[in-house]
Design a protein. Structure first.
Length: 410
């Protein structure tokens, strides 16, 4: 008598998670083709002549899932999904989207048969395996793999960063409601470089204003001009020689270049950005999604990323995170989290919500994040109590990847 399988391997989970992410992307795109009245549970059921409970499950999978595993658990079974696409095919909708959805359902069906006897059993396996991943299946843990990647990259490029701290404030732009006002602090602490290393470059995406010559000097007495873009070196958190080492602005890769850093010991480089007109306001924009990201351009020991979201935005948002293999920029206003599923790496990331009074909101392994955030809020002339803080902390973040925190707004 055969025994029922009770767990999935880490590799199985990765495959199934991607299957779910693909399903979410194609079904969500297809539902956007429905009449507005058919995008609710009752409206969809009436328009398609499709079971109301299954409509609810489809919409929950699209709107309430955090990852691909959730999608597979929230969706109805294969037979119900096949009925769903048959009902949809009757209408004059985008044929390519219908074909993509059919294909994704076929793959889901194949994987269900491969890993379980039924959809119900697959859901049990996914829930059990997510909580009890058998780490013995892997020769190295994910932490050890990232650590080795860091050590090899550090030797390859003759440079490294001990800690990368990035903090962002997101609120509505008071001068133009079409955009968010983003104010950011990016601090690279313990930068080590050999003489053979490439020049130190700080990258950013916003075009420089006319007449730009060099980054500003930012001090504790500096305050924001919300109508213009700022890029400046923070004197209090940077090596005194950093500003003197500024060489040029590289338009080809959007970065300020520091070419004469003749330092024989680790140094710090901290920057402040104010961006009033690049991030679309998702409360009024059709994309309904915004993203804050940091790219790992140098081998880095530790990443701490904090995003302060205005409570007025947060109350209408759901949050997701991911690590992506590509550093390519997503065109603003056309961003959706599910569109990036092909670039998503199988990193198991955790997102924390911090109270401003908590210990970890003040200090993380000696890094005075509370002090640096106060510095940022002082520049922005905003009250920290009006914001919700989300934090992602990663040891040995993957070089040449991008870590993103998504906010999807309803």
């Amino acid at each position: 008598m055969s025994t029922e399988q009770t767990s999935l391997t880490p590799k199985d989970l990765i495959i199934l998670n991607r299957t779910g992410e693909n399903l979410k992307k194609v079904i969500r795109a297809l539902i956007r083709e429905f009449p507005q009245s058919a995008q609710s549970i009752t409206g969809m059921s009436q328009w398609l002549n499709y079971n109301r409970s299954n409509c609810q499950r489809v919409l929950n999978a699209v709107h309430k899932s955090i990852n691909g595993k959730d999608v597979l658990c929230l969706l109805p079974g294969i037979a119900s999904l096949e009925e769903f696409i048959d009902k949809v095919s009757v209408f004059q909708l985008d044929k390519q989207l219908i074909l993509e959805t059919k294909k994704a359902i076929e793959i889901f069906s194949l994987h269900t048969k491969q890993y379980a006897k039924s959809h119900a059993q697959l859901k049990r396996l996914l829930n059990n395996s997510a909580e009890h991943v058998n780490e013995k299946q892997e020769a190295l843990t994910a932490f050890e793999k990232r650590q080795q990647h860091y050590l090899c990259s550090k030797q390859l490029f003759n440079s490294s960063v001990d800690t990368l701290f990035s903090s962002y404030i997101l609120t509505q732009n008071n001068h133009n409601k079409e955009f968010l006002q983003e104010v950011a602090l990016v601090s690279k602490l313990g930068i080590s470089r050999s003489k053979e290393a490439p020049p130190f470059v700080q990258f950013y995406t916003h075009p420089n204003p006319d007449g730009f010559i060099r980054p500003e000097h930012i001090t504790k007495d500096s305050t924001i001009d919300t109508r213009q873009f700022h890029i400046g070196i923070i004197d209090e958190y940077s090596d005194p020689q950093l500003a003197k080492a500024y060489s040029s602005y590289s338009a080809s890769n959007s970065g300020i270049v520091f070419n004469e850093l003749n330092s024989n010991k680790p140094f710090n480089a901290s920057f402040l950005f104010s961006n009033p007109d690049e991030l679309a306001n998702p409360l009024v924009h059709e994309s309904k999604c915004s993203s804050t990201s940091i790219s790992i351009k140098n081998p880095t020991k530790k990443l701490v990323m904090m995003v302060f979201l205005d409570k007025k935005l947060d109350m209408r948002s759901s949050v997701n995170i991911g690590c992506y293999s590509s550093n390519q920029r997503v065109e603003e206003g056309k961003l959706r989290a599910e569109d990036m599923w092909t670039e998503r790496l199988p990193e198991l990331l955790e997102l924390a919500v911090l109270q401003s009074s908590s210990a970890r909101a003040q200090s993380i392994e000696g890094l005075q994040v509370g002090e640096m955030n106060d510095y940022l809020f002082n520049f922005a002339q905003l009250n920290k109590q009006d914001f919700v803080c989300y934090m992602m902390e990663v040891d040995y973040p993957i070089w040449s990847s991008t870590y993103r925190i998504y906010f999807e707004h309803c």
